[in-house]
Design a protein around this ligand. Structure first.
Ligand code: DCP
Ligand code: MG
Length: 376
């Protein structure tokens, strides 16, 4: 396993960068995405763009992400917007638009698959790749992946190539944004050991705090700690893992295929619809979604026991509801009926922006029956 080559690719300031594709004139400014009921930027009669600023925000919303210009002012993901406003009152504030981010997520992954067909999908903006069987050297492969993502999306990403997933994940963060990082085991003392232990994927806030009380803050200090001593404090399993991780060891394979956990379809309306006034149109869209989910289930060879809906309202808040059926199904009408039941349990005063239907708790469809042999 020592000659594996694993890549981790992570998009730079992802949500914010997608917004900047739409509003290129905002480039270079501190900009954060987040909050609830944040107004979208508005084009003025003179062509200029009017955009909310952090200091205008009142509420409990948090930042999903910030441009690097905003991070320089001390604000970042998960920070409350009102707290952020004290640090960067003039920073621009944009609402989240998940549909747009999902669209670009699909685009960048498709661009990567053109070069490396098998990817491990780790969510909206990151993936792992196993490059071990590729002939091309790491630097030019990484370059080509970055160029392909940029050509397909106009967005930049950071990539690291390392002997395993653990180091690749740490590595992609080392030279952000627009990073291209190659790490070998030799780089451990200089590039990994000086980092805080939190940089290891798997050391969360609790373990971090406990390590701190034991006097361990950097990965190097963790590597120097005695394995038995660590096991005494954290248990055998986690103690051993901590010790191995600090030495840059990780054998996890890149997992490129997974059984679907759910099947879903959703649609954002061309204009916001109202449950009462646009009843017919909404009903038709709803039925069409259920039919597509049913077809997806059959195509994937699975049936579903739970049917759920997702609504996003005009103010971007969303709700989900689900219902568990007496028996698993792939039938569009049963899905439609269950989804209709869910719809009765959500508030419908506000206009709707998006409707989605999800089928989950999947199990394999019964084997098709053996075609009868033609005996004569
Ligand atoms: N995100 C979020 N809430 C968080 C962290 C992230 O909603 N607490 C969203 C917004 C990010 C996206 O997920 O754009 C990807 O998360 P990353 O941690 O990769 O952050 P970015 O891509 O924004 O920045 P970076 O350049 O550091 O990767
Ligand atoms: Mg990212």
């Amino acid at each position: 396993m020592s000659d594996r080559r694993i890549a981790h690719l992570d998009m730079d300031a992802f949500y914010a960068s997608v917004e900047l594709l739409r509003y290129p004139e905002l480039r270079g400014q501190p900009l954060v995405i987040g909050g609830r009921s944040v107004p979208a930027p508005q084009r003025q009669a003179d062509g200029s763009l009017r955009c909310a600023r952090l200091r205008d925000y009142a509420g409990r919303g948090v930042i999903t992400t910030a441009t690097y210009e905003a991070r320089a002012l001390g604000v970042g993901s998960a920070m409350g917007l009102m707290k952020a406003a004290q640090l960067a009152p003039d920073a621009l504030l944009l609402p989240v638009d998940f549909d747009a981010y999902r669209h670009y997520s699909r685009l960048f992954k498709a661009a990567v698959r053109e070069i490396v067909p098998q990817i491990e999908d780790r969510g909206i903006d990151e993936i792992y790749l196993d490059l071990s069987t590729h002939e091309e050297d790491s630097a030019s492969l990484a370059r080509r992946l970055k160029d392909s993502v940029a050509a397909a999306t106009g967005l930049r990403c950071s990539i690291a190539i390392a002997p395993n997933k653990l180091l690749a994940k740490i590595g992609s963060d080392l030279d952000k944004p627009d990073g291209l990082t190659l790490l070998g085991m030799d780089d451990l003392p200089t590039r990994i050991w000086p980092l805080p232990v939190r940089k290891i994927n798997g050391i969360g806030p609790k373990a971090d705090q406990k390590l701190a009380t034991l006097g361990i803050r950097s990965i190097g200090e963790l590597a120097a700690a005695d394995e038995h001593w660590l096991c005494g404090h954290f248990g055998q399993h986690y103690g051993r893992w901590l010790h191995a991780a600090a030495h840059g060891l990780d054998e996890h394979p890149v997992v490129t295929h997974s059984e679907p956990k759910s099947v879903s379809r959703e649609t954002t309306f061309a204009r916001d619809l109202h449950a009462r006034n646009d009843r017919t149109e909404l009903g038709q869209l709803f039925t069409a979604l259920c039919e597509r989910v049913a077809a997806d289930l059959v195509r994937k060879g699975v049936m579903a026991c739970t049917i759920g809906i997702k609504l996003r309202y005009a103010d971007f808040s969303s709700v989900t509801r689900d219902i568990t059926l007496a028996e698993a199904t792939t039938d569009a009408r049963m899905i439609r009926r269950a989804a209709g039941e869910c719809l009765k349990r959500v508030p419908l005063e506000q206009r709707l922006r998006l409707l989605g239907v999800r089928a989950s708790h999947l199990s394999p469809l019964a084997e098709p029956m053996q075609p009868e042999l033609a005996l004569d």
